[in-house]
Design a protein around this ligand. Structure first.
Ligand SMILES: *Cc1c(COP(=O)(O)O)cnc(C)c1O
Length: 366
């Protein structure tokens, strides 16, 4: 039985910062001031109010979010919001939405959006590049009359990340930032909606963040069921019904760690760039033994997929890595190969250990 912590390269749910886990452990039986566990207290209590408001304040600080945006903390995972965004914003607008499809998740999002309204796929990365890069502004055309421009900032499965926000001709961006939320600063003023599930880079499964501009909240139709209505969710401060209390508590601890221990998102970005560079250097210097997926300028700082010369070697690598405490390096079931997810909470030492293992494995098996 394994009872020591490994370096966990899982894509999600994924590694959490050790100080956050320790704090949660410390407070699990008795939340200071509450006389009970976070798992046991009412979401209508003053204690929980301070927790949800604290989490929202931290998110506001990290992303420098102005007053004309609301921060919702809801259930359903990112996939629910693939449908809820168009359900609230697109369905009654009489307009189309432009989707830039750069990988598995944006493709899925465009499909879900089609259940709610008219979708225009302005760039199909599967056809253009087998999901190895994002488009140049000259390669796609935004409809001046579109309701929004949708993109996935980091494609978790293919390891393709936008170096900066796409061109959108002044239209509001809608972004699925599930696997790179809080990994770097963003210019939130360009966004109409930024949403992210927590379990990749911000906390445990169970809560999804939706940062949404006030004017877009006005689009939610009164005919929508309450739980699917962003405007009503915002009016109820995400507590129309019982929210995922524990996941929100963890999100508060993670955002506190980002602010206080890391020192904000510029510092986080620098660390993430350093970590990613270590792995990509090993891949680039391997004489083709390790093959990455994404084109250089679009390589993800969060998910590093790679392949060895054969499936047999992929499997051998995975097994031997696991034995030395480098865990969960399998690629997504849809694409195979290997994938190292190196989110915010992955320590640099974990990446260095993986890099050393990769060099050693290549020398023995090339
Ligand atoms: C994991 C992931 C999702 C799906 O998240 P769920 O919370 O499981 O619905 C969506 N988008 C991206 C970019 C992801 O990485």
């Amino acid at each position: 039985m394994m009872n020591e912590r490994v370096y966990n390269f899982a894509a999600g749910p994924a590694v959490l910062p050790l100080p956050v886990l320790k704090k949660a452990q410390e407070e699990l039986l008795c939340l200071p001031g509450a006389g009970a566990s976070i798992l046991e207290i009412s979401h209508r209590s003053k204690t929980f109010d301070a927790i949800i408001n604290g989490a929202q304040e931290n998110i506001r600080k990290l992303y420098n979010i102005p007053e004309n945006y609301k921060i919702l903390l809801m259930q359903g995972g990112a996939l629910t919001h693939f449908a809820m965004v168009p359900m609230n914003i697109l369905r009654n607008s009489g307009k189309k939405a432009d989707y830039i499809v750069t990988g598995t998740w944006s493709k899925k999002a465009s499909g879900e959006a089609k259940t709610q309204g008219e979708v225009n796929v302005v760039w199909d990365g599967k056809a253009e590049s087998n999901f190895t890069r994002d488009p140049l502004p000259s390669e796609y055309k935004i409809d001046a009359d579109a309701k929004y421009v949708y993109f996935t900032s980091n494609e978790t499965i293919e390891g393709v990340q936008w170096p900066a926000e796409p061109e959108s001709n002044g239209l509001p961006l809608v972004c699925d930032s599930s696997s790179d939320v809080f990994s770097r600063p963003v210019d939130i003023n360009r966004y109409g909606v930024l949403f992210a599930c927590a379990q990749k880079n911000a906390g445990p499964a169970g809560v999804t963040m939706i940062i949404i501009r006030d004017d877009l909240l006005e689009c939610s139709g009164d005919d929508l069921p309450t739980m699917f209505n962003y405007k009503k969710q915002a009016a109820g401060n995400s507590m129309v019904n019982t929210p995922p209390c524990f996941a929100i508590y963890m999100l508060k601890l993670v955002t506190e760690w980002l602010l206080n221990d890391i020192g904000g998102l510029e510092a986080m970005k620098k660390l993430n760039e350093e970590k990613a560079a270590i792995l990509y250097e090993v891949i680039d210097a391997s004489d083709g033994f390790y093959k990455g997926h994404a084109a250089k300028e679009y390589r993800s700082m969060m998910n590093v997929p790679f392949r060895l010369p054969s499936e047999e070697l992929d499997n051998k690598f995975k097994a031997e890595a696991q034995e030395v405490g480098l865990s969960t390096l399998g690629g997504h079931r849809s694409v195979g190969g290997l994938r190292a997810s190196i989110y915010n909470a992955m320590p640099k030492a974990g990446v260095e250990k993986l890099a050393a293992f990769m060099e050693d494995f290549r020398k023995k098996n090339a």
